[in-house]
Design a binder for this molecule. Structure first.
Ligand SMILES: [Zn+2]
Length: 233
């Protein structure tokens, strides 16, 4: 019988590392969060703490049916994670970020498209969640209840990333290394797009290029993860 406690220990270890890697890459700062699915009913995420300060002891187990195995205050936006895990059984890790380069693409009609092979996972133009459309005007823009979380998950659909107007973005993946890779290269793709737009109309990857590049680059994620991980140890 497999040793599930060892698997959970590895997951906790990876989740702490992802918090620190994403701070080092300026995807997260004092805010934002990373989570990892444990099974069909539960996920791990830190208590309400700046990502750079997260240790294994700060991780809480949240149940999709409701309930947290900790008395410590959770993040206000834990609903982002709960509702995406509920809607997307294939998702095993999530990063929610306020990173600066991506934000402009949630504010304008300029589509957030992949313009480099490392961001091919973005596919076609990335969807934008506008909380006013979902629950009306006058919110604090934060996803602080189930209804907002469900609306965000609906906008995400089957994609890898959703922009959040005036707030940030949320990336999903099949593992902690994969979602870390996606969050970092989404931010890099945004920087490249911002540098390109003043020069002229960018040429995005075609759907066929995105598909082919995603299949080949998917095999390289461990290499990036190992480098990033060794830099924060
Ligand atoms: Zn947020």
């Amino acid at each position: 019988m497999p040793d599930q406690s060892a698997d959970l220990s590895d997951l906790r270890d990876q989740l702490v590392a992802a918090n620190h890697i994403l701070v080092a890459h300026r995807v997260l700062d004092a805010f934002g969060h990373v989570s990892a699915r444990v099974d069909e009913d539960s996920f791990l995420i830190s208590r309400n703490l700046a990502p750079g300060s997260v240790t294994a002891d700060d991780l809480q187990l949240h149940h999709l049916a409701g309930g947290v195995d900790s008395a410590e205050r959770p993040y206000l936006e834990t609903h982002i994670h709960a509702e995406i895990y509920r809607a997307r059984p294939d998702v095993r890790a999530i990063v929610h970020s306020h990173s600066a380069s991506i934000l402009p693409f949630g504010l304008t009609d300029t589509a957030f498209v992949p313009v480099m092979h490392m961001a091919s996972f973005l596919g076609d133009a990335v969807p934008v969640y506008d909380q006013r459309d979902a629950v009306g005007d006058g919110t604090d823009l934060l996803v602080t209840d189930e209804a907002r979380g469900r609306a965000l998950a609906t906008t995400l659909g089957d994609r890898t990333l959703v922009l959040m107007r005036g707030h940030g973005s949320t990336a999903v993946g099949g593992s902690i290394p994969e979602v870390t890779f996606r969050a970092i290269y989404a931010e890099t793709n945004a920087s490249v797009l911002l540098a390109t737009l003043p020069l002229g109309s960018p040429v995005a990857l075609s759907p066929a290029e995105s598909s082919t590049a995603t299949a080949s680059i998917g095999g390289q994620i461990a290499r990036a993860w190992n480098v990033w991980r060794s830099a924060i140890d």
